[in-house]
Design a protein around this ligand. Structure first.
Ligand SMILES: [Zn+2]
Length: 856
């Protein structure tokens, strides 16, 4: 950019030394996007085994519209030999930027040349090293989103300054290098080293440029299928799983290119499995990185685990169009890419696997996370104001990943599938290899549908929160409906009124259900179409889950449903009704004990694996959080008996696995722990299910957390049995559950002070550290955990902070624990985005306390 801040122009030249802004403020980005264009990065990196940095050289060409000072971004590394258009200029890094002086910049074409060094570490840097303890090899990979490309090389690190990248990597000759484009050439580069040159990319944002290098191997090289790379020690496992993953990606490419009417936008597509990767996946253009653990299952997998993996693959694939080809201008529109990737992943899988009831899974996986943040004071609109890119990490969370796709599902329902699809096609075609904003998308939908969406967008995109929609109804003496009214209220009590499109179910014991389409655009409306219909047994407002909002049951319907839930044969409907009952528990309108008793009664006959899984999850939450200890003590042996029986005798393999996991989560009595130990010792087996190492380690973790007298012996035996790289990580995770203050202290200090500890080790151990039965022991760590938030925001990858908060606040259930949280929220210097995250997470603690008080 030029130093455009108006005041700047008036400053004397020596005052230009004033520090440039921290991070990338939005106005800096806007101005740079006006000033700079036609970027071409030519990057050379040299990767050395065990090196604490990577050295490189950069040639950058760009056009400037005038000759003024331009800030280029670079932090944490070092630069030398900086020239602009052949003129040597000071290579001084100041607050994450290098100022390119006006005297060196030409209006028109410019050429920058610079040598640089970028840090490489196990955690906390843009280039991460993974050490494979199984075969003593190492792997390096980049992860730049949202603004860490500038930690790897000098660049204009904002999404709307797309560049063409040309990469040359020098690395040990037995390493394989993967990047966004195909390899153009390879040659020897000194003893034991090889130079790999990649072809130039199409225009992409800096956060989408990536490379990975190490002794990766490509599995099943089939030209018609996307490439899949795996580290060499997992090659065999990779070969087993690859066909399914490559197949779904190929089917996804086929489906999405037809749906978007736009061929796959990049010259090739590879997937690279990265162990301990910070996210499920990252959609680098042409080279998606996937968390190895999400693809090569570490536990005995269920059918749902396979489908979730399909969703992950399709999510990242959708991004190649939505995010990579057409990119949000700024991270305040993060939802544009994440919301669509989620929604389209389910849409694509529905088409690829039509018999899987995929929208039921969408409801189970996506909606609870959305509703549970959107009814808290920590929620934000889908569009999130990001004044500085350094705060962009905070935009990631359930609002963009769960609410946005939920809102899109409702929009597709309101517009009709064809208009929805045509709007997307228009939007993509208009912004090919460029950037766009949410208003461009809304305009595209308006153009194809002719339906004005201004009010819709104002409430669903720019306004925070969600509606709670209630129904009241009655029937006359002839058993006909004589009145149905719908009312909505703002779940947060802030007075919002949303346009809600929904399908309403009238259910009958002895005849087919009646389904009515309705749009509620005001606070209250009468449902005229329902008048004179036969009197239903119950009414449910969100049939097929088209609408977004909270839909609790009226008393009469709830009574009817609780009496016959097991008999409802439509599994999607059954799932939605269970969900609504659980919402009533969380709203402190239904005693958790009543829910638990009902679940315990009906669960043994539940044959749907994913519904059983979510119900078992609710039972565990109810027992561990919502009911008091005497109730838990009374119920646990009964739950253990049901779980153990199902785990051993259910005729369905997926259900046996689900119940095994449930049993392990719930078992705490001496009898229950004895069974866990028998499973470890092989004296007891889940029929036809081979426990994998992580299944075993999770048992050990539970035994340690429950202070079982044999836990330490089992731990030591497991360490001997499984000393793999994974095993060492799981041992670390299990150790965090030790119910001793001194051990907790050691771990806590490790979390904040040991930079060599891989981030995923810490992330995965947070739950064991805060095991549900250890809240007294972990309460003293709550305040220091909150105080560490600014450091975590700065140093850790995107999702870590939320995981940290969920673990430390989520480990607490008492009014006593509310005090330090509420006190911390009053800290004056607390960043606004951190405050919102705490409000989001502490809502569950407040609810727990409320439920416990209301149902003692
Ligand atoms: Zn995504």
């Amino acid at each position: 950019m030029r130093m455009i801040l108006a005041a700047f122009a008036l400053l004397a030249a020596n005052q230009l030394m004033a520090a440039p802004p921290e991070g990338i403020p939005r106005d800096l980005a806007r101005r740079r996007a006006e000033e700079i264009s036609d970027l071409r990065y030519h990057l050379r990196f040299t990767l050395i085994p065990h090196g604490s940095s990577a050295s490189g050289h950069e040639d950058l060409q760009f056009r400037a519209s005038s000759s003024e000072v331009i800030l280029i971004d670079f932090r944490e590394g070092s630069v030398s030999n900086l020239t602009v258009n052949g003129v040597a200029v000071p290579a001084k890094i100041d607050n994450g930027h290098i100022a390119l002086p006006a005297y060196a910049i030409h209006p028109g074409e410019n050429h920058l040349s610079v040598d640089f060094d970028a840090p490489v570490a196990a955690a906390g840097k843009a280039i991460t090293r993974f050490e494979d303890k199984d075969d003593s090899t190492e792997y390096l990979y980049t992860l730049f989103v949202p603004m860490d490309a500038e930690m790897a090389f000098p660049c204009f690190d904002q999404p709307d300054l797309k560049g063409r990248f040309r990469l040359e990597l020098t690395a040990p000759e037995n390493w394989t290098a993967i990047s966004n484009t195909a390899i153009e050439s390879q040659s020897q580069a000194g003893p034991g080293r090889r130079l790999t040159v990649f072809s130039e990319s199409r225009p992409i944002s800096t956060y989408l440029f990536a490379f990975a290098a190490g002794p990766f191997r490509k599995v099943h090289e089939t030209p018609s299928l996307p490439g899949l790379y795996v580290r060499q020690s997992k090659f065999k496992k990779g070969e087993e799983e690859a066909p399914e993953v490559q197949q779904i990606a190929a089917q996804g490419i086929d489906y999405l290119s037809r749906f978007f009417a736009e061929p796959f936008p990049f010259p090739k597509y590879d997937m690279v499995l990265v162990p301990g990767f910070a996210y499920g996946g990252m959609e680098h253009a042409g080279a998606t990185f996937l968390r190895e653990e999400s693809v090569l299952f570490r536990v005995a997998p269920t059918h749902s685990d396979h489908l979730n993996r399909d969703i992950l693959v399709l999510h990242e694939l959708t991004h190649q169009w939505f995010g990579d080809f057409t990119t949000m201008r700024w991270f305040d529109d993060l939802w544009l890419k994440e919301g669509f990737a989620q929604y389209m992943a389910y849409q694509a899988l529905t088409s690829i696997k039509p018999n899987e009831n995929i929208w039921k899974r969408f409801y189970q996986t996506i909606k609870p996370a959305a509703y549970s943040i959107d009814s808290t004071k920590g929620t934000t609109p889908i569009y999130q104001d990001i004044a500085n890119l350094k705060d962009a990490k905070s935009a990631y969370g359930a609002i963009v990943y769960s609410k946005a796709p939920g809102v899109l599902k409702q929009l597709a329902f309101v517009l009709g599938e064809d208009h929805f699809r045509d709007g997307l096609r228009l939007y993509l075609a208009d912004h090919a290899y460029a950037n766009a904003e949410w208003s461009d998308l809304v305009q595209a939908f308006e153009r194809v549908s002719g339906k004005p969406l201004r009010d819709w967008a104002a409430m669903w995109i720019r306004h925070r929160g969600m509606p709670q929609v209630d129904v009241s109804w009655s029937c006359d003496a002839q058993n006909r409906i004589d009145h149905v009214s719908l009312t909505q209220q703002d779940a947060l009590g802030e007075g919002g009124v949303w346009p809600v499109g929904m399908q309403i179910l009238l259910a009958y014991p002895d005849r087919d259900a009646i389904r009515l389409r309705a749009e509620l655009n005001s606070q209250r409306a009468e449902l005229e179409q329902a008048i004179a219909k036969p009197c239903p047994q119950y009414v449910f407002l969100n049939d097929q889950d088209y609408a977004y909002g909270r839909f609790l049951l009226d008393d009469r319907s709830r009574q009817a449903i609780m009496g016959q839930l097991g008999g409802i044969s439509d599994v999607f409907e059954r799932t939605l009704l269970w969900g609504s009952l659980w919402d009533s528990v969380r709203e402190a309108e239904l005693a958790p004990r009543h829910f638990l008793e009902l679940a315990l009664r009906l669960l043994p006959a539940e044959t749907d694996e994913s519904l059983a899984q979510s119900l078992i999850g609710h039972v565990a939450t109810g027992l561990h959080r919502y009911v008091k200890e005497t109730v838990r003590a009374e119920m646990v042996p009964r739950v253990e008996m049901v779980a153990s029986d199902q785990m051993l005798h259910s005729p369905n393999q997926d259900l046996r696995i689900i119940w095994f996991r449930g049993f392990r989560a719930i078992a705490e009595s001496e009898q229950g722990r004895a069974e866990l130990k028998n499973l470890l010792a092989g004296k007891l087996a889940v029929p036809s299910v081979e426990l994998r190492p992580l299944d075993r380690w999770t048992i050990i973790t539970a035994l340690i957390a429950l202070n079982d007298p044999d836990a330490e012996a089992a731990f030591a035996a497991e360490q001997k049995r499984d000393n793999t790289g994974d095993g060492q990580k799981y041992a670390y995770v299990a150790g965090a559950a030790r119910p001793e203050r001194i051990s907790k202290q050691r771990y806590f200090s490790d979390y904040l002070n040991v930079s060599s500890r891989p981030e995923d080790w810490i992330e995965q151990s947070l739950g064991s550290f805060n095991y549900w039965n250890q809240s007294q022991l972990t309460l003293p760590f709550l305040k220091p955990a909150l105080e560490a938030l600014p450091q975590i925001k700065r140093e850790r990858k995107i999702f870590f902070l939320l995981g940290w908060l969920n673990a430390f606040i989520g480990g607490q259930h008492s009014a006593e624990a509310q005090a330090p949280v509420h006190a911390f929220l009053r800290t004056e210097t607390l960043d606004k985005d951190l405050k919102l995250k705490i409000l989001e997470v502490s809502d569950e603690l407040d609810r727990t306390v409320k439920i416990r008080q209301r149902y003692p």
